[in-house]
Design a binder for this molecule. Structure first.
Ligand code: ATP
Length: 412
């Protein structure tokens, strides 16, 4: 894992970081190449900021070494370091009377010499830096009179004006709305790709990290538990372990979290497939229903969402019709549920068995809510006694009117 010049842009060797000789994180050894997006992840208080402050030379290490471009960090003098590394921390800056241009121009200080006079080339860099973060229109505004989201982009622009090889950011998306959060992350990722800048940032959103980071560093329990590619490390189990999740499940297939509900309103068996169940499962979980479902293929979105929500799930391998075992399991779930929901799945060659489940539901006298539209032709035996709902809103209203026995609740 060596950089293009044979070295890492930044490297920690047996590094321990902390305060007053008391280590927060110990024995960290890792290194990052040019153009990598590195995300530090971990629970509150794990030590991400402490590590970032140490590699930014703002806090001395307790022991061990930090190497920047192969050189000892502590031996690089600050003007030179500022040409290599730019740092954006979470501390609020509110310089009086500076325009956005003036503020970003402060980032040129490592290049402008002691008098700090801006030449034409420096002004061009200021413009380019603001353009790179989509904030050129703010150039003449007073820095103190822009929004938090705009401020964050301007802070990144000031860092870019340093023309660094390495950009260190502590929670760069804190206080930002969804649009600005994604915009700032996309900007940072593009800086890695187009300018070869190495970005090291602490992040709180694992789902965002999964989408932007090449490398993730899992910070927990006084050390770096692991570091490596996001694809390898951001699995449901590892993320759950990192944050000690309870009732939350991270799905790397879905790239996000599912929130398991405490079931308090009876159990629904959802006959689903081909993505028709995913939204329904979430809706039911949100409303406090326990869920079972089937028969879904293991490459189906429904499968991933159901599993993440902790639903009982009868499943089948991709492109295979359901076997006896999956059918028996689904019939068992059907038997024990309080009511059945037909998601309106597309009946295809591989899921004919799901139509049979609907038939079985009726034969067992189960109440069936169906989201299937039309005149009931696609429904085995026609809609008959089914409660037909045109959409999820109607389904919820119908469920609210439906008396659910507490049989299931007693059993759980
Ligand atoms: N200046 C300080 N002096 C002493 N201890 C500190 C100082 N700053 C932070 N700490 C402690 O160091 C530990 C790590 O804090 P740090 O801010 O690095 O965590 P973090 O992972 O960045 O947390 P968060 O996600 O909440 O920002 C915490 O226990 C914190 O209380």
């Amino acid at each position: 894992m060596s950089g293009s010049d044979g070295r890492f842009v930044i490297e920690c060797r047996e590094l321990s970081v902390g305060y007053k000789r008391k280590a927060v994180l110990s024995q960290i050894t890792m290194g990052f190449e040019e153009g990598r997006f590195v995300a530090l992840l971990g629970p509150n208080g794990a030590g991400k900021t402490t590590l970032l402050r140490t590699i930014s030379n703002l806090l001395p290490p307790i022991s061990g070494r930090v190497l920047v471009m192969g050189r000892e960090l502590k031996e690089i003098r600050s003007p030179e370091l500022a040409r290599i590394m730019a740092v954006v921390l979470t501390t609020r800056v509110s310089p009086p009377l500076l325009s956005v241009f003036d503020f970003v121009a402060l980032g040129r200080y490592p290049h402008t010499g002691r008098l700090g006079r801006l030449g034409r080339a420096d002004c061009a860099v200021v413009h380019e830096s603001l353009a790179a973060v989509n904030a050129l229109e703010l150039i003449d505004r007073p820095f103190n009179a822009i929004s938090d989201g705009e401020r964050q982009k301007v802070l990144v622009a000031r860092a870019l004006a340093q023309e660094p090889r390495l950009l260190v950011l502590d929670e760069p998306t804190i206080h930002l709305d969804l649009k600005h959060r994604m915009e700032v992350m996309a900007i940072l990722r593009d800086l890695c790709r187009t300018r070869g800048i190495t970005v090291v940032a602490s992040l709180h959103d694992v789902d965002v990290a999964a989408k932007v980071a090449d490398t993730v560093v899992l910070v927990r329990d006084g050390g770096v538990a692991d570091w490596g590619t996001a694809e390898k490390l951001l699995t449901g189990d590892r993320v759950g372990e990192l944050y000690r999740f309870d009732g939350v499940e991270y799905s790397h297939h879905l790239g996000g979290m599912e929130l398991r509900g405490a079931a308090s309103r009876g159990k629904a068996f959802v006959v689903a497939g081909m993505g028709s169940g995913a939204t329904l499962y979430r809706l039911l979980a949100k409303r406090g229903y326990a869920i079972s479902t089937g028969i879904v293929h293991t490459n189906d979105l429904d499968y991933f969402v159901a599993r993440s929500l902790g639903a009982d799930c009868s499943f089948q391998q991709p492109a295979e019709a359901a076997d006896g075992e999956a059918l028996a399991l689904a019939l068992g779930y059907l038997e024990e549920c309080d009511f059945v929901i037909d998601s309106g799945f597309e009946p295809g060659r591989m899921n004919q068995v799901n139509l049979k489940l609907l038939e079985a539901a009726r034969a067992r006298g189960k109440t069936v809510f169906t989201l299937r539209s039309g005149d009931g032709e696609a429904f085995p035996g026609g809609f008959g006694e089914c409660i037909q709902c045109n959409d999820e809103e109607e389904l919820l209203a119908a469920l609210d009117r439906y008396p659910v026995s507490d049989r299931h609740l007693e059993a759980t």
